[in-house]
Structure formats: structure tokens, C-alpha cells
Design a protein around this ligand. Structure first.
Ligand SMILES: CC(C)(COP(=O)([O-])OP(=O)([O-])OC[C@H]1O[C@@H](n2cnc3c(N)ncnc32)[C@H](O)[C@@H]1OP(=O)([O-])[O-])[C@@H](O)C(=O)NCCC(=O)NCCSC(=O)C[C@@](C)(O)CC(=O)[O-]
Ligand SMILES: NC(=O)C1=CN([C@@H]2O[C@H](COP(=O)(O)OP(=O)(O)OC[C@H]3O[C@@H](n4cnc5c(N)ncnc54)[C@H](OP(=O)(O)O)[C@@H]3O)[C@@H](O)[C@H]2O)C=CC1
Length: 428
């Protein structure tokens, strides 16, 4: 477990030197190092067991966001992502946040919903009551298979019956199984449960069961994060903290009221969350689907975060969203790098993993809003993107930073300019 997530001048090190820092901070072994430094950390034999028609593996950069303090614990957070400036922004905001206590997080129990669709019935409200009457029998059948899950205190805890009396296909009833999936993401688990209770549901209702599948609107499995930053912490050489706070509040309000802005605002949040989900071998599509569905829960798509000023004038940010992630199941156990990422984070439960991801999303959001509301996104983002452009132009080794620095200094981050700068460098 890392005892100090500050990584001073980490950026100036080489990947191998950064590995040494992380390995020391997290007590990682030489075997762990081999996973990262040797090509093909995911053996094709393992990949061939994960998906169909495998022809190889696809790699992404794996970085570490520093400075995070979550509920008083220093955490180094691995992110697998291709976009520049995400890790810089998250690390920067985490650095500021730790001045004022870092991130405080919490989460609900890991409850997932499985839906059982019932058609071919004439009395949907009567069917609803019949299902509630048979609740104990349904729960018993649902819990008759998952010995490991039940033994851990998980399992189907309740049913919830939704009625659609006049759907275009006639009356429809949807029974939800509410399942505590403990440290699994739980999709396979709850899908199996839904299929296993369907014959009994048809017997109880006299209807026909169609779909038996989890809901990705996992609104009973929420992760939350909160952060508070004073004007003193937020001030820069160019702007007062108060000015920055007012800018962030205007930027947040723009997203809260305008779906066109909210889509970009939330994409920025997921820029922080998705790379943690990918790095830990979790299903980022499930997290994305739940996040955006949850952002529409009040009937209009809006911001996943809130930003406000407290009585002392400090900026207070919150995020709350579905977080269906696991420490077991799916690829979390089969992908070696997913296991390594979980080891670096030293998380003890799926809830803790979800809370850290939520905190990274909140940090990411502040990084973007703070930049957008002051200097604009391009200076910081494009200065880091310049290295990608230098690579595209063919720069190698030390040339990459030399070309990138020149592009950033000229504020002209374009491939044709990079080619010119590279040619000049090579003529020297
Ligand atoms: C990019 C910065 C951080 C530069 O900002 P800066 O002021 O030049 O940074 P700095 O050199 O003063 O460094 C401050 C800290 O930032 C971090 N940092 C700084 N640079 C690096 C680096 N190279 N590698 C690693 N970490 C870095 C690091 O923690 C560093 O502390 P230190 O290590 O020096 O003690 C700033 O301009 C920024 O945060 N910009 C916002 C960028 C952003 O939000 N990127 C996310 C992708 S774009 C996006 O989200 C989509 C969007 C924008 O549409 C979302 C939306 O619309 O809401
Ligand atoms: N729409 C979606 O999001 C869908 C996603 N998926 C995929 O489903 C996968 C996730 O399903 P999931 O059910 O998590 O995967 P798994 O079926 O791989 O793992 C869950 C099983 O792990 C066992 N287990 C061991 N330890 C624990 C523990 N501490 N907590 C909970 N379970 C434990 C339980 O076994 P036992 O059963 O013996 O008790 C449990 O049923 C992901 O790969 C996802 O991509 C699939 C379909 C749809």
C-alpha cells in the first residue's frame, strides 16, 4: 500500500524510473515488474480465453495519477488511457485537494437489478401483487445456486415489481431481482438468477417471460465523492481563488442547465473514471451506460457533479453515480495487469474501488472546469498533446520533447509544423 501518493517530479523520470518509484511505494515484486516491462503482459493464450476470434492483444498507455488522498488514505491510481492531460489534470487537482483534506467518499451496498419481463397478461396490477405474495419463494429459488456469493452474505435480497399497463405491446410487468453481489460486478450472477426464476414467474403470473437481464441503470449501487477547496488553495499567480471559484460555478451551472454542455462535462468526468475501470479489468461500457442513464434520472440529461460555495466561501464539489465494478469476476482476475492495478491501489472491496474511481472523476471535472473557466483548455491540453504530434511527425528519443516544447512555445501544435521543427533539429 502506498503511504505517500505525492510523486514530486515524477513526470521528469523515464517509465522505468517511474516503475521503480511505484514498485517501492507499493512493495511490488520483480514478477510484477515483468508484467509491465516485458511485452505481452496479456498472454495470447489468456486473451484467447477471454473473447472470440482472438488474433492478438491491443495495448494502451498505463499511467499513475498521484497526490490522491481518499478518506485520509494516500492512493496511487493507475489509469489506462490514450488521451493526454487527463492524468496531469487529475494529479493537479488531487494535489490541491490534499491541502484541504482530500476526497471524502461513501457508497451504497453493492446492489444490482436483474429484470424479468412478463408479457401476455391482462391484469398487470393483479400480477404485481401475486409476485409480491410469492416473494419468499422467488428469493429462495434465486439464492439456491450461488454458494460462494451467499456464503459471503450476498444474494437476492428483494424483488421490486414495475407495471407498464398500456405499453404499445399491451400490458407489461417487469419484476426486478435486487441482488447484493458483494465484490463482483455481478452481471453474470444476476442474469443467471433471473433465468433460474423465470419458470416459477410464468407459473405465478400465467404470463410469458421474455427478457431476463440485468439493468445497467444500477441506481442502487452508487459511489459518491466530495471535495472542498478554499480560495487560498485555488489561487494562482494570475487569478484569485475567489475569481476561479466564480468561474467554476458558472461553468458547472452551464452543464447543469444545458444538455449540450452536460454531455461534454460528463465526458470529461468519464475521462477520469473510465481509465480506472479499464486498468482494473472492469466493464467500462457498463459504467458508462449507468452514468449517463443516471444523469437523465430526473427527466433531463444533466451534470453528474455539483459545485457550490459553502458558508466560508470555499468551493464544494460532489459526484454520485452508479459504479458496477468488481474485484472478482469478468477480466479482473484473468488479466494480469488488472490484478497489478488493483494491487497498486490496494483496494479491499469493490465499493472502495468504485469510490476511488468516483473521486478521480470529480478531480477530473474540476481540472477541466478550472482550465475552461480561466485560461481555456488548449494551453495545458495541447502542450501535452504536442508530444503525440511530435511522435506522428517521426520524432524519436529526445527529439519528442524538443519538438513538443517548440510547438507548445509557439502555441502551434500541428503535424506540418512538427515536421518543419524536426527537419530543423536534424539539420543542426
Ligand atoms: C495540464 C495542466 C495540469 C497543466 O497545468 P500547469 O499549470 O502547466 O501544471 P504545472 O506544471 O504547474 O503542474 C501542476 C501539477 O499538475 C500535474 N502535472 C502537470 N503537468 C504534468 C505532466 N506533464 N505530467 C504529470 N503531471 C503533471 C502535477 O501534479 C503537477 O504538480 P507537480 O508534479 O509539479 O508537483 C492544466 O493545464 C490542466 O489541468 N488542464 C486541464 C486539462 C484537462 O482537463 N484535461 C482532461 C482532458 S480534456 C477533457 O477533459 C475534455 C473536456 C475539456 O472537454 C471536458 C469538459 O469540457 O469539461
Ligand atoms: N450489460 C452488462 O453490463 C453485462 C455485462 N456482462 C459481463 O459480466 C461480467 C461480470 O459478471 P460477474 O457476475 O461479476 O462475473 P463472474 O460470473 O465472473 O463472477 C461472479 C462470481 O464470482 C464468485 N465470487 C467469488 N468471490 C466473490 C466475491 N467476493 N463477491 C462476489 N462474487 C464472488 C461468485 O460465484 P458463485 O456464483 O459461485 O457464488 C459470483 O457469482 C463482466 O465481464 C461483464 O462484462 C455480461 C452480460 C451483460
Amino acid at each position: 500500500m502506498a503511504t505517500d501518493s505525492r510523486l514530486p517530479q515524477f513526470r521528469a523520470l523515464s517509465p522505468a524510473q517511474r516503475w521503480d518509484v511505484i514498485a517501492k511505494a507499493c512493495q511490488l515484486s520483480d514478477e510484477d515488474r515483468a508484467l509491465l516491462t516485458e511485452p505481452g503482459a496479456l498472454p495470447s493464450s489468456v486473451a484467447d480465453g477471454m473473447i472470440e476470434n482472438v488474433i492478438g492483444t491491443f495495448e494502451l498507455p498505463l499511467g499513475v495519477a498521484g497526490n490522491f488522498q481518499v478518506n485520509g488514505r494516500d492512493v496511487l491510481v493507475p489509469l489506462a488511457v490514450e488521451e493526454p492531460s487527463i492524468i496531469a489534470a487529475a494529479s493537479y487537482m488531487a494535489k490541491l485537494a490534499r491541502e484541504d483534506g482530500g476526497f471524502q467518499t461513501s457508497s451504497t451496498q453493492p446492489l444490482m437489478r436483474a429484470q424479468v419481463q412478463i408479457v401476455g397478461i391482462q391484469d398487470p396490477y393483479g400480477v404485481r401483487l401475486a409476485l409480491y405474495q410469492a416473494r419468499a419463494q422467488i428469493l429462495e429459488l434465486a439464492n439456491s445456486r450461488d454458494k460462494v456469493l451467499i456464503g459471503l452474505g450476498g444474494g437476492c435480497k428483494d424483488i421490486e415489481v414495475h407495471v407498464f399497463p398500456d405499453s404499445p405491446r399491451g400490458p407489461m410487468v417487469v419484476m426486478h431481482l435486487i441482488v447484493d453481489v458483494r465484490d463482483a460486478m455481478g452481471a453474470n450472477t444476476v442474469n443467471t438468477m433471473a433465468e433460474s426464476v423465470s419458470p416459477l414467474v410464468e407459473q405465478i403470473t400465467g404470463g410469458s417471460v421474455r427478457l431476463r437481464i440485468l439493468s445497467n441503470l444500477a441506481d442502487l449501487r452508487l459511489a459518491r465523492a466530495r471535495v472542498r477547496l478554499t480560495p487560498q488553495t485555488l489561487k494562482t499567480a494570475e487569478r484569485s481563488g475567489e475569481e476561479i471559484i466564480e468561474g467554476v460555478l458558472d461553468a458547472y451551472t452551464f452543464a447543469a442547465i444545458d444538455p449540450y454542455r452536460a454531455a461534454t462535462h460528463n465526458k470529461g468526468i468519464m475521462n477520469g473514471i473510465d481509465p480506472v475501470i479499464v486498468a482494473t479489468g472492469n466493464d467500462w461500457r457498463a459504467v458508462e451506460a449507468g452514468a449517463h442513464a443516471y444523469a437523465s434520472r430526473h427527466g433531463r440529461y444533466t451534470s453528474l457533479t455539483t459545485w457550490e460555495k459553502d458558508g466560508t466561501g470555499a468551493l464544494v464539489g460532489t459526484i454520485e453515480l452508479p459504479m458496477p465494478v468488481g474485484l472478482v469476476g469478468g477480466a479482473t482476475k484473468t488479466h494480469p495487469l488488472a490484478r497489478l492495478a488493483l494491487k497498486i491501489m490496494d483496494v479491499k472491496s469493490a465499493q472502495e474501488l468504485g469510490e476511488i474511481a468516483a473521486a478521480v472523476g470529480l478531480a477530473q471535472n474540476l481540472g477541466a472546469l478550472r482550465a475552461l473557466a480561466t485560461e481555456g483548455i488548449q494551453r495545458g491540453h495541447m502542450a501535452l498533446h504536442a508530444r503525440n504530434i511530435a511522435l506522428v511527425a517521426g520524432a524519436v528519443g529526445a527529439e519528442v520533447d524538443q519538438v513538443a516544447k517548440r510547438l507548445a512555445a509557439e502555441n502551434d501544435v500541428r503535424t506540418d509544423r512538427a515536421l518543419e521543427v524536426l527537419a530543423e533539429l536534424r539539420q543542426r
